[in-house]
Design a protein. Structure first.
Length: 439
């Protein structure tokens, strides 16, 4: 990986793209520290110090994706989360709405239209989430237990509230624009890189907090153990993320005029973790809904509210762990089912004269692909559940919180984006260094 970056900096046009990407990252991190109008920055810092950066409340997942900007209520407080949510919603609706499915099949023009719909939905979700964040900050529920939590927004007039929502929505639009600039003029994968930076921003602070809270050899034993566990988890994730089942495909030779077409062999790569990190995000978001209902119901002393607070809100509760694992497995199968269509793949293969050796074209091919996909999705879903739970439970003994980079969602995103970025750089290097047939 370091060799690829070193070679990229030696190539003039790639160096410009890397420097442009770094510039966009700097702008993104600066915006994550600029508070929005109407917020008492001093009171926010008091509550942040008391929380000791171990906030495990309702908004912790969004705070992780915003690089800690959410709890500080900055102009980029919502971060990239509205865009991620909008992209997932559009991807799910593509299976349900025929119009979106037709646009997806139109190629580049249809994809551009879906991207435009994603932008509109991102702004709408930013308004909705911004309003919820402002309401939570005004009520004092953003930092529960902090004595000045209700004074974070001193002026609670309608004008100030609307201004705060507009600024956060505009900040989300700017983040989306920065990500698209990195995709077009940088090294690519703009949104993924911003997500990577948001999570990695909390990495040094989390490590140092573990060292300070440790008791063995001044905390260095715990610090070193966490580093070793993290490296082992990264190696495991890299190994599984690269694993794939290759379905061989052969294309029959066809004669058109005097030319021969086809007769080649290729394969269909089916990854073990075909769903990526989406099931973990779905499961985390769904488990936050009961806590959200309790928080805004105003009836926190009821029996059902107490049960939710004792069994679903703590991340180490047995009920929470069991439901989290089962939801991850369910959403892994669900997302694979809607993102990979065996019938469509089989029809395309039949259309172009392709077939799997030993399998008849058409419906038998679709049934075979479904069979193989279900078989490899089982270990992939169990792997996702274990990766999401084991690091969090193991690192909890060292004082790490659920936003620690080596736990659950964050490690999958960091490794996945890192691998994709390296592949992107290597492919661009290969295109520029290809010597061709004549030297």
């Amino acid at each position: 990986m370091l060799t690829a970056f070193a070679r990229a900096f030696k190539t003039p046009d790639l160096r410009k793209k890397l420097l442009f990407t770094l510039g966009m990252i700097v702008i993104y991190r600066i915006g994550a520290h600029i508070p929005i109008p109407g917020v008492s920055y001093a009171n926010v810092q008091i509550c942040m110090d008391q929380a000791n950066q171990s906030q495990q409340g309702l908004l912790s997942l969004v705070n992780m994706f915003s690089g800690g900007a959410l709890l500080q209520i900055t102009i980029f407080a919502l971060g990239i989360m509205p865009y991620i949510t909008a992209s997932i919603i559009l991807q799910l609706l593509t299976v349900v709405i025929p119009r979106l499915e037709a646009l997806k099949k139109e190629g580049q023009s249809g994809q551009a239209k879906i991207t435009q719909y994603t932008r509109y939905l991102t702004v709408a979700l930013a308004v909705l989430q911004g309003t919820g964040l402002v309401a939570t900050a005004r009520s004092g529920a953003l930092f529960q237990g902090c004595p000045v939590a209700s004074e974070i927004v001193p002026d609670q007039s309608i004008f100030v509230t609307i201004t705060m929502v507009i600024v956060m929505t505009a900040g989300t639009a700017v983040v989306m624009w920065l990500g698209e600039l990195v995709t077009d003029r940088g090294i690519g994968n703009g949104m993924s890189i911003l997500m990577f930076i948001s999570i990695a921003a909390g990495f040094p602070g989390a490590l140092w907090a573990i060292k300070q809270q440790g008791d063995l050899a001044g905390g260095w034993i715990e610090f070193g153990t966490v580093i070793l566990v993290g490296l082992a988890m990264v190696a495991l994730v890299v190994f599984v993320e690269q694993a794939q089942r290759r379905i061989p495909v052969q294309y029959a030779k066809r004669m058109i005029g005097r030319r021969s077409y086809g007769g080649t062999s290729t394969y269909i790569p089916l990854k073990v973790n075909q769903a990526g990190v989406i099931p973990v995000i779905f499961a985390s978001s769904l488990l936050y809904i009961p806590a959200l209902i309790v928080q805004f119901s105003g009836n926190s002393q009821a029996g059902w509210a107490q049960w939710i607070r004792n069994n679903l809100e703590p991340t180490d509760a047995p009920v929470h762990i069991t439901l989290y694992f089962l939801l991850i497995v369910f959403f892994a199968f669900f997302y694979v089912a809607i993102s990979f269509n065996p019938e469509e793949v089989a029809d395309n293969m039949k259309k172009y004269g392709g077939f799997i050796p030993g399998i008849r074209a058409g419906r038998p091919t679709a049934e075979y692909l479904s069979y193989v996909l279900n078989r490899i999705t089982w270990p992939g879903s169990l792997y996702l559940g274990l990766i999401a739970l084991v690091p969090t439970m193991a690192l909890a003994g060292f004082g790490a919180n659920q936003n620690f980079p080596f736990g659950g969602t964050s490690i999958l995103i960091i490794v996945g984006v890192g691998l994709e970025t390296v592949k992107q750089i290597e492919s661009q290097l290969q295109q520029r260094n290809y010597e061709g047939f004549l030297r």
